[in-house]
Design a protein around this ligand. Structure first.
Ligand code: HEC
Ligand code: HEC
Ligand code: HEC
Ligand code: HEC
Ligand code: HEC
Ligand code: HEC
Ligand code: HEC
Ligand code: HEC
Ligand code: HEC
Ligand code: HEC
Ligand code: HEC
Length: 409
């Protein structure tokens, strides 16, 4: 083919396309035609015993992302000759016709599966996006705009909705808890739209139960989910003894939500967070927690209710925890003086010989403390025993002496 004939062919097909387009516009029902009837606020119909309004607000609709498509791009069978009534009922709208990628993905999700299983409370596309007022997610009017997402999901996931009353979930008060969490407070109090909303942790079209291996909130995927925003923390965490990249073990390694929770994540400077840190660590380090609670810091924490006393993470770190022999460990001899200093200005090498987990009943780990304790206890016991025996032996003797005195008197 010559260049010329290619150009000719191109021009012809362009003309044909234009012709077809004009035809389709000429014979298709325009939005204005639909609005002649559907702008009536009193027009209703009954579906499954429920009365629904047939009004579409064209003032809002004309700004939406689908405005250019026209009503009949979704309601294909409403495209009838002028003067004719469109059939009733109309075929259900298929978003899939144009959004096959999203629809396919959605069908595999827990929401999609419950829709396929005819769960009456399962979300259809329009339960999250609305039927007619769909805006880009960067538009404040969109139900998918970050500020609006908790309410969008909350229409079903808030307490006392029909859905939560008919389904068993392990997490309760999700929306309320989220609103009070650091992420929710960021969103609502500061309008911080880069903070985590429901769909940052549960990608909207691929929601799965936490036990599903592909779920964004499965234990194995949590770090990745938080790392979309907390990059620095995750980098640090990935190099610590708690990361599966570093420690190969059959024991359960902690993930972000073990220490921070899920829907109630708080500011780490909150008193409550500082006070529960030991509890979080104790789930896996029972022995060290016990010995810590017996230490000066542990008792000071308990007695004073004190958030000021050292907590596990003040000495070990939080995302950079390493075994004591590692040079990066905050309690390695190379670093420990500095670790105590923020609270003990006079910290020096001899100060740090204090046993943070010092306990007298651990012979293997702290023999000095163990033997000192038993030696001191032994001394105390024998001292009291000798004095006791002495006193007991003296009782009859002193009684006799007393009676003698009374007799004399
Ligand atoms: C002549 C008036 C009229 C026009 C024009 C009109 N409709 Fe309707 N439409 C109705 C009435 C009346 C009903 C409710 C019928 C019923 O309840 O039985 C209805 C119902 C509907 C429904 C609900 C269908 C269902 O299955 O529940 C949709 C969707 C709809 N119309 C879309 C459109 C679209 C899109 C257009 C333009 C292409 C349009 N209509 C034009 C009168 C009209
Ligand atoms: C992006 C797709 C889409 C477009 C475009 C669209 N609709 Fe709809 N419409 C829906 C969906 C989804 C429903 C819910 C019923 C269903 O699934 O069939 C619906 C339902 C309706 C109903 C029934 C009332 C209700 O709320 O369920 C009417 C009336 C209606 N549409 C009119 C219109 C008119 C008029 C236009 C153009 C101004 C239009 N639609 C454009 C998707 C669309
Ligand atoms: C559970 C609520 C929910 C359901 C159900 C849902 N979506 Fe979404 N959708 C969202 C949210 C939220 C966003 C914004 C993206 C984000 O925040 O991750 C979005 C974004 C989109 C986008 C923009 C492109 C993109 O991927 O970001 C399209 C297109 C879309 N949805 C189509 C659909 C279709 C089609 C269906 C039905 C098969 C559907 N959605 C079902 C919540 C939902
Ligand atoms: C006739 C084709 C067509 C149908 C049917 C259709 N859409 Fe769309 N949709 C589009 C086009 C075109 C865009 C704009 C794409 C773009 O700009 O990236 C779009 C964009 C979107 C967006 C993107 C908003 C964003 O954040 O960028 C969402 C959400 C969406 N559609 C949801 C739906 C839902 C829900 C349905 C079914 C009720 C539906 N669409 C039916 C053609 C369609
Ligand atoms: C910072 C991340 C994060 C945010 C934000 C978040 N979630 Fe979650 N969500 C999680 C994690 C992690 C789990 C898994 C808990 C587990 O392991 O069982 C979860 C679990 C769930 C569950 C399942 C509960 C069950 O019983 O199986 C639902 C439903 C849920 N979230 C809904 C929401 C809703 C709605 C929002 C917004 C109001 C939200 N989540 C915000 C992280 C988050
Ligand atoms: C129209 C109601 C509805 C809306 C809106 C909705 N969901 Fe759901 N969601 C459900 C139902 C129903 C289930 C339970 C499905 C099942 O048990 O088969 C569910 C399950 C879930 C689960 C898994 C629960 C589990 O047991 O592990 C998560 C996570 C979840 N939804 C998050 C969201 C998020 C995030 C949004 C908003 C983007 C949202 N949902 C919007 C109805 C809804
Ligand atoms: C072993 C428990 C533990 C694990 C696991 C953990 N954190 Fe932390 N995190 C903490 C403690 C304790 C603090 C407070 C540190 C402080 O007071 O200096 C903290 C602080 C934070 C902060 C505040 C900023 C900072 O660095 O002080 C963020 C953000 C954070 N964690 C996110 C995460 C993420 C994301 C993950 C998962 C990769 C994670 N955390 C895993 C215990 C943990
Ligand atoms: C979409 C981004 C995003 C995701 C995903 C996210 N966060 Fe956050 N997170 C933020 C932002 C932004 C802040 C700061 C909020 C503020 O100050 O109002 C924050 C704050 C925090 C804080 C408090 C930090 C402090 O200084 O006290 C912790 C802890 C935290 N996030 C943990 C997590 C965990 C754990 C996950 C995963 C389950 C997670 N985040 C997922 C954006 C995110
Ligand atoms: C979900 C369980 C879990 C939680 C929660 C947890 N850890 Fe660990 N931790 C482990 C595992 C598993 C190891 C790997 C070494 C091992 O096998 O004991 C480890 C190792 C350590 C080590 C190195 C010890 C060694 O023998 O190498 C220290 C120190 C440590 N954790 C401190 C903490 C502190 C402090 C917290 C709380 C802020 C905490 N851990 C929370 C499971 C946990
Ligand atoms: C005042 C600082 C301090 C506090 C607070 C503290 N530790 Fe320690 N921890 C140490 C020091 C120093 C060592 C190493 C020497 C030793 O075993 O006594 C250690 C050892 C450990 C080890 C063994 C580490 C290894 O590499 O073998 C674990 C696990 C541990 N601590 C967990 C905890 C937990 C859990 C808490 C809170 C309940 C806690 N620690 C509180 C300073 C502290
Ligand atoms: C987060 C602050 C904090 C850190 C870090 C800390 N401590 Fe303490 N420590 C305290 C508080 C508070 C008391 C109680 C002070 C009081 O009652 O006067 C205390 C008391 C003590 C005491 C007994 C009283 C005294 O002052 O002699 C010793 C010993 C001690 N700490 C050793 C250490 C060592 C060693 C380290 C480092 C491995 C350390 N502490 C790290 C806060 C901390």
């Amino acid at each position: 083919m010559t260049k010329n004939s290619i150009r000719k062919l191109g021009r012809q097909s362009l003309l044909i396309t234009l012709f077809l387009f004009i035809c389709s516009q000429a014979f298709a029902m325009s939005d204005e035609a639909c609005m002649e009837c559907h702008s009536d606020p009193d027009m209703t119909t009954e579906k499954n015993g429920v009365e629904i309004s047939l009004l579409v607000d064209h003032e809002i609709y004309k700004d939406t992302i689908h405005a250019e498509n026209g009503c009949i791009s979704c309601h294909e069978d409403a495209d009838v000759e002028e003067g004719e009534d469109h059939p009733m009922p109309l075929a259900p709208v298929s978003c899939e016709n144009c959004h096959d990628d999203v629809s396919e993905m959605y069908a595999g999700s827990m929401h999609g599966q419950s829709l396929i299983a005819n769960d009456p409370t399962a979300p259809a596309c329009y339960d999250c996006h609305t039927k007619h007022y769909i805006f880009p997610r960067t538009d404040r009017r969109a139900t998918t705009y970050p500020l609006n997402i908790p309410a969008t999901c909350g229409s079903c996931h808030q307490e006392d909705s029909e859905m939560t009353q008919t389904h068993v979930m392990t997490e309760s008060n999700i929306v309320k808890n989220y609103s009070m969490s650091i992420h929710g407070a960021g969103l609502y109090d500061d309008g911080l739209i880069v903070t985590a909303t429901c769909s940052s942790c549960h990608p909207a079209h691929t929601v799965q139960n936490a036990s599903h291996p592909d779920s964004s909130v499965n234990r194995n995927n949590i770090t990745g989910t938080c790392s979309t925003c907390h990059v620095g923390v995750v980098d640090q965490f990935n190099m610590s003894v708690h990361s599966p990249l570093v420690t190969k073990t059959d024991k359960k390694l902690p993930v972000c939500t073990d220490c921070h929770t899920t829907h109630t994540i708080s500011n780490v400077r909150d008193k409550d967070f500082r006070l529960i840190i030991a509890d979080q660590c104790s789930n896996c380090h029972e022995h060290e927690t016990k010995t810590f609670l017996e230490s000066y810091h542990g008792r000071a924490g308990l007695l004073l209710g004190g958030e000021k006393a050292a907590k596990c993470s003040d000495c070990h770190g939080s995302h950079n925890i390493m075994p004591v022999e590692s040079p990066e460990s905050m309690i390695n001899t190379a670093n420990i003086v500095e670790t105590c200093r923020p609270c003990h200005a006079k910290s020096n090498e001899s100060f740090t010989t204090y046993l943070a987990h010092g306990t007298y009943n651990d012979k293997e780990k702290y023999p000095a403390l163990f033997y000192t304790f038993w030696a001191m206890t032994g001394l105390l016991v024998s001292t009291f025993s000798i004095f006791g025996l002495h006193t007991i032996l003296w009782v009859p003797r002193s009684l006799i002496e007393r009676f003698k005195e009374i007799g004399k008197g």
